[in-house]
Design a protein around this ligand. Structure first.
Ligand code: ADP
Ligand code: DP6
Length: 318
């Protein structure tokens, strides 16, 4: 065991979405998903050896008893003895608001624990553990464009564009009413279109790679925007209904779609388990989009694609 290790991991935003587990224990998805790791928000996790015999977990500077058992269970994949272990994690973005804090959080925790407990698990093994913290966290282990395959494995994809930016418009940074784990289980069991969603996801993932490799951003954008909207339709057709997008989210989606149709700029949207909207466009459009959004009362924060993935940033020997 080291005396102190600090690791970081980026958030990632899926363009082809994961929404449903075919194996809830091993966390194997029903469908492939493809994401971009983004440098706008990250989690930084510090694990320290202490002199007391307690296990402690601090999230964003506050001791978090509620989450502590979940973190302990996760760390048991690295060590049975967690006495005298203190975990402190900080998210630079909102927590539990549909902006992937669980993804960056568990990827940062996994990479940091691997070094702290001196396990030396390779990426494949680390990925099988990381996804048990949160499925989408597996993709935050790597930079750039990343695929989580439907057999549970992880692949690094090429990202042939160097001028794509992702804008995040925060409509609400409040904790979501229903977490993704519970919501997706409800969709699997009850959504009227769940089977169609699985079939479409496989087609979308293949087409995504095809358009991406051709550097056809227009077709790629149309494709991933439809994929996100279908995921939200799956939610809205679940019983009970899962409604993450608000009227403000839908207004913003329409604003982007209409500007595109009118030829003002080419941008596409994606949305996760929350009301916030992400806008994907070429660098040259970001000022025009920012001005339009601000004039309509929306905010936007522009991100680059993360080039580092999860990594250790500090360690000290015991
Ligand atoms: P989000 O949309 O932000 O990913 P979720 O509701 O899916 O929100 O997940 C939020 C949960 O993820 C938190 O309640 C906590 O359990 C976990 N989490 C968030 N940030 C961290 C972190 N930095 N370290 C460990 N766990 C975290
Ligand atoms: C809408 O990874 O948060 O962001 O595996 O149950 O922790 P659990 O779910 P989580 O779900 C993410 C869903 C999504 C789409 C995606 O990131 O692919």
């Amino acid at each position: 065991m080291k005396s102190k290790v600090i690791g970081r991991a980026p958030i990632n935003i899926a363009l082809i979405k994961y929404w449903g587990k075919k194996d809830e224990i091993e966390v194997i998805p029903f469908q492939p998903s493809i994401s971009l790791s983004l440098d706008v928000f990250e989690s930084e996790t510090t694990i320290t050896k202490t002199k007391n015999d307690k296990f402690e977990f601090f999230l964003n500077g506050k001791e978090n008893f509620e989450e502590s058992q979940k973190i302990k269970k996760f760390l048991n994949y690295f060590s049975d003895d967690l006495n005298g272990v203190k975990v402190e994690s900080k998210n630079t973005g909102p927590t539990a608001a549909g902006l992937a804090s669980s993804a960056s959080g568990f990827a940062a925790l996994a990479i940091t624990a691997n070094r702290f407990f001196e396990k030396k698990f390779n990426l494949e093994k680390l990925a099988t553990i990381t996804r048990k913290g949160s499925g989408s966290a597996i993709r935050s282990l790597l930079p750039g464009c990343v695929k989580w395959n439907s057999d549970g494995s992880l692949s690094k994809l090429t990202w042939p564009f160097n001028d794509i930016r992702v804008g995040i418009s925060i409509i609400s940074d409040k904790k979501k009413q229903i977490g993704s784990t519970k919501a997706m289980a409800t969709s699997v069991k009850t959504s009227k279109i769940y089977n169609d969603w699985i079939n479409q996801s496989f087609i979308d993932a293949e087409l995504f790679e095809f358009y991406k490799n051709k550097k056809d951003f227009s077709s790629l954008g149309e494709l991933f925007e439809k994929n996100a909207l279908l995921m939200h339709k799956v939610c809205e057709l679940s019983n009970p209904k899962i409604q993450y997008l608000t009227s403000k989210s839908y207004e913003l989606i329409r604003l982007i779609q209409n500007s595109r149709k009118k030829g003002i700029f080419e941008a596409f949207v994606t949305m996760d388990a929350g009301p916030n909207v992400k806008i994907i466009t070429k660098e040259k459009n970001i000022n025009t989009i920012s001005e339009l959004l601000i004039s309509k009362g929306y905010n936007v924060l522009w991100s680059n694609i993360d080039t580092e993935g999860a990594k250790i940033i500090y360690e000290s020997e015991s």
